[in-house]
Design a protein around this ligand. Structure first.
Ligand SMILES: Nc1ncnc2c1ncn2[C@@H]1O[C@H](COP(=O)(O)OP(=O)(O)OP(=O)(O)O)[C@@H](O)[C@H]1O
Ligand SMILES: [Mg+2]
Length: 187
């Protein structure tokens, strides 16, 4: 038995846990001790993507790339995705990637039919200072609790603000807020 045979068995065993029929996101290929088995695919059914998930790993292990792969495939499946791009490195998915020998070789090893492609994105920004479309909300939609936090109100002031919101809401009167919108701000 060669050294690689037990690894291949382990990869297949892991891939069994991801076996699924129907529409699914292709996350990649199982890697065991540096050995890739292109037949051991990791797939997540599209129908399960509305669950919670955690992508964890040491720095440089591919967390950001994994998020991009998820967002790209959701986009291709027609599912809108909201990404908080805190470090500014997710937005690269809007540009066509550059193929090179290393990437082509890696795609061959992992059994991916990778083709460089760009994906559409609408950039939003908090407040009015950013480059993207400012995210805005009606005062009613923003609500008294968030507004209290933004204004730094104490408990008494927050309670009073709650009553101010309650009065027109209880009377089904939203006329005073309908035309008013505020930029959402991180401050
Ligand atoms: N599945 C993969 N196969 C080969 N290379 C990969 C893979 N995933 C990511 N990489 C490469 O590894 C490098 C680091 O990836 P990435 O930026 O996604 O890591 P990260 O975990 O988000 O890092 P950080 O913690 O610094 O944010 C990049 O050059 C990326 O192209
Ligand atoms: Mg990252």
């Amino acid at each position: 038995m060669s050294d690689s045979e037990p690894q291949a068995g382990a990869a297949q065993e892991i891939a069994k846990g991801y076996a699924t029929e129907g529409a699914a996101l292709e996350l990649g290929t199982v890697l065991v001790d540096g050995q890739v088995d292109p037949a051991a695919r990791v797939r997540i059914p599209l129908a399960m993507i509305n669950r919670h998930g955690l992508v964890a790993g040491a720095t440089g292990t591919g967390k950001t790339k994994t998020l991009q792969v998820l967002a790209e495939q959701l986009s291709a499946a027609g599912v809108p995705t909201l990404l908080a791009d805190v470090k500014g490195d997710l937005s690269g998915l809007t540009r066509v990637g550059q193929a090179n020998d290393r990437i082509n070789q890696r795609a061959k090893e992992t059994g991916d039919d990778w083709q460089p492609a760009a994906f559409g994105a609408q950039f939003l920004s908090l407040g009015t200072g950013g480059m993207g479309v400012p995210v805005r909300a009606t005062i009613t939609g923003f609500g008294p609790i968030l507004l209290s936090k933004v204004l730094g109100l104490n408990d008494t002031q927050e309670s009073t603000l709650g009553l101010i919101f309650h009065w027109p809401t209880a009377r089904a009167c939203r006329c005073w807020t309908r035309r008013t919108s505020v930029p959402l701000s991180s401050t």
